[in-house]
Ligand binder design. Structure first.
Ligand code: HEC
Length: 99
């Protein structure tokens, strides 16, 4: 029973998510994990399910080069350098659905 409910939740989450956010996250998954539950390079916080507004704020900080939480801010700056505000919102919304 638990499995069925979980399956429905996952299916529901995916149908709500724009394709873009998922596509953008594909390049983040190598470090943050397919489900966003990995500590990237054993440094970052787990980002799965994080509030989208908070994620956007973090990504903007990395892009601006003003955020460096675990000594790897410069690395994340490179990851988000090419993301527009809309891209950041899409990927943040997708991350928020990862639970
Ligand atoms: C090469 C590995 C790598 C890739 C690829 C990568 N990240 Fe990161 N990410 C990190 C590391 C390391 C940190 C910690 C940075 C720091 O020191 O503040 C981090 C931090 C973060 C944080 C803040 C987490 C916290 O600790 O509060 C977010 C949000 C995030 N990344 C999202 C993304 C997104 C979205 C992408 C894809 C566009 C991405 N990352 C791609 C390695 C990566």
């Amino acid at each position: 029973m638990k499995k069925v409910v979980l399956g429905l939740m996952v299916a529901g989450a995916f149908s709500l998510v724009s394709a873009d956010g998922k596509a953008i996250f594909a390049k983040c998954a190598g470090c943050h994990g397919q489900d966003g539950k990995k500590k990237a390079l054993n440094k970052s916080n787990v980002i799965a399910g994080q509030d989208a507004a908070k994620t956007i704020k973090l990504l903007q900080g990395y892009k601006a080069g003003t955020l460096n939480q675990h000594g790897m801010g410069a690395l994340m700056k490179g990851q988000v350098a090419n993301l527009s505000d809309a891209d950041m919102k899409a990927v943040a919304d997708y991350i928020a659905t990862l639970k």
